[in-house]
Design a protein around this ligand. Sequence first.
Ligand SMILES: Nc1nc2c(ncn2[C@@H]2O[C@H](COP(=O)(O)OP(=O)(O)OP(=O)(O)O)[C@@H](O)[C@H]2O)c(=O)[nH]1
Ligand SMILES: [Zn+2]
Length: 230
Amino acid sequence: MDATIKSIRPNKPADRQPESRPAELDPAEFLAVAVRADQPRPARAEAEAAVKTLLAYIGENTEREGLLDTPRRVVEAFDELYQGYHQCPAEVLDRTFGETAGYDDFVLVRDIEFTSQCEHHMMPFYGKAHIAYTPVERVVGLSKLARLTDIFARRLQTQEHLTAQIAAAIDEILKPRGVAVLIEAEHTCMSVRGVAKHGASTFTSRFTGMFRDNPAEQARFLSLVRGLQR
Ligand SMILES: Nc1nc2c(ncn2[C@@H]2O[C@H](COP(=O)(O)OP(=O)(O)OP(=O)(O)O)[C@@H](O)[C@H]2O)c(=O)[nH]1
Ligand SMILES: [Zn+2]
């Protein structure tokens, strides 16, 4: 091999770290409600007082008329944005249908819009999830894949974790021949603060079963997601 080319390679194969595998997910995380049972939940009034503290921290007059109801509104907004902690992924995928006339290809639901909150900054990241699975005998209602996405999205997340949890839940509960999840998102912690790069997209994917083992199936999934859109 040409010495110049060799020298600009970042790592010779032998120097690379072993291929990193995602840490095993705890089934308690992707199958159940996620409210911490071992941690007392502060009262609503305490949460509102904390919002008032933040308002004072940014330099606001917390007693001015426009802000009087803000702590209540913020806590209500939190209830909405983080409702996924109280929802159970296993229940959503519980109901399946057996009359599929021998359907044996994958089912793909594309362009599932979601908004989640990044666990580092508690700022929104939003985008689309594309989910495919290959059923064994029984199929799940299509809307349930979107509901599952929302349950995990309405918790504090990283995009990687969100992707892995959706795939793991479908895998564990439906036991399909394979699952493919691709998520594309924009992170406001990266667009409106910090490095301030508007329009940068992040893509994450997770493949299990036949999608992981068969590159042709993976490619077909990706071409359906990419090829037919936009
Ligand atoms: N891998 C990953 N990183 C994320 C996600 N959401 C936000 N981040 C990143 O988390 C990192 C946190 O980095 P820190 O250096 O601890 O925090 P920071 O000083 O606020 O970083 P900057 O955003 O670079 O200003 C940032 O690089 C974010 O872009 C995500 O879903 N996945
Ligand atoms: Zn962030």
